[in-house]
Write a protein that binds this ligand. Structure first.
Ligand SMILES: Cc1cc2nc3c(=O)[nH]c(=O)nc-3n(C[C@H](O)[C@H](O)[C@H](O)COP(=O)(O)O)c2cc1C
Length: 335
């Protein structure tokens, strides 16, 4: 059902654009809930009920208000890996060009990678090589069904922004293993792994981690996080800090961000085609600054224009006769 619905969406987009389309697959793990929470119920009993029974690497709740998830059994892990592969095959048949696996942000696969959320004592817990085992099993299952010519990307949280979390050396090790396991690129995000994280936000704040992975491993990386202008994007790419940049909130702020960035740089190549009906908007509209159009507004200190003659209605040649008023009608007497 999902496959058919997505195919219809992909085909609808294809009719107006040849821009590659990507999809992200995830299992939310202990971060799952069946409905979006209201702000006042995140820590309440209803929230605990909504988050109950979720699978996770270990039985550790997200925070004091969440239910304790179940540590997945080996049989459940095998089912999850098979489900990922089946979903990837559906995404391929639906026509997507790029697939991203979510191994970050504290979701199920991320929960295996971080030492803060993976306390398993079987072969899936312990040193980074063990914590990588299940994520690599999922990757192998997906790689088997996802076509070799279509990019397969894995998103990670490069740091947990918390004491005792994944180290930089482990992040490099993880990315190397993901590339060897068939990932074509790593999308380098951070955090959202534990609720008591202390992130250091700022402009392009995650790009240093993309830079780290790229320079240490040579694996193609996507930088993301508080990147908002095409100048930011160009600076990151030209400095060799990433191979691609991803933008989230900037695209929500301006859904035509890509087309606007292309127009501002007079780019007219592939991947940024303006729909024919919008073509007149593909360049910045003429304005006083761009085209040296004479400004219409005058400064008050300029010489005053000739005294303004106020418009008045032309005088009637003959005195107007009052209009005859309609005869007053009497109200019928009430019975
Ligand atoms: C409304 C919203 C929904 C998001 N959903 C997802 C998601 O489903 N998967 C994901 O990996 N990241 C998701 N993110 C995080 C973004 O992909 C991105 O990493 C984050 O917003 C930082 O980039 P930005 O500063 O350009 O927004 C979401 C962000 C927002 C604002």
């Amino acid at each position: 059902m999902q496959e058919a619905a997505w195919r219809r969406i992909v085909e609808a987009v294809r009719r107006v654009s040849d821009t590659p389309l990507g999809i992200q697959l995830t299992h939310a793990g202990r971060r799952a809930a069946t409905v979006p929470p209201r702000a006042d119920e995140i820590a309440g009993p209803r929230w605990a009920r909504l988050t109950a029974g979720r699978l996770a690497a270990s039985a550790l709740p997200w925070d004091a208000g969440s239910a304790v998830p179940r540590a997945a059994t080996r049989a459940e892990l095998a089912t999850v890996a098979a489900d990922f592969a089946a979903a990837a095959a559906r995404a391929d048949r639906a026509g997507f060009d790029v697939l991203e696996l979510q191994y970050g942000h504290g979701q199920l696969l991320s929960g295996f990678l971080s030492p803060l959320t993976n306390r398993r004592t079987d072969g899936y817990g312990g040193p980074a090589a063990n914590r990588l085992r299940f994520p690599l099993e999922v990757l192998a299952a997906v790689r088997e069904v996802w076509p070799a010519h279509k990019p397969l990307v894995v998103r990670i949280s490069a740091t947990d922004w918390a004491e005792g979390g994944t180290t930089e050396a482990e992040t490099v090790e993880i990315c190397r293993a993901l590339a060897e396991g068939g990932a074509d690129a790593v999308d380098v995000s951070t955090g959202e792994v534990v609720s008591d994280q202390r992130p250091r936000y700022g402009r392009s704040y995650q790009t240093p981690y993309a830079d780290l992975v790229r320079s240490a491993t040579g694996v193609p990386v996507i930088a993301v996080g508080a990147i908002s202008s095409h100048d930011d994007v160009n600076s990151i790419l030209l400095a060799g800090r990433a191979d691609l940049c991803a933008l989230g909130r900037a695209q929500l702020h301006d859904p035509l961000w890509t087309l606007h960035a292309a127009a501002e740089q007079q780019y007219q190549g592939p991947a940024a085609p303006w729909p024919p009906a919008w073509a007149p908007g593909s360049a910045r509209p003429p304005g006083a600054r761009a085209d040296r159009l004479p400004p219409r507004l005058r400064l008050l200190r300029e010489p005053a224009p000739p005294v303004h003659q106020r418009w008045r209605p032309p005088r009637p040649t003959r005195p107007r006769r009052p209009l005859p008023l309609p005869a007053r009608r009497r109200c019928p007497a009430r019975s």
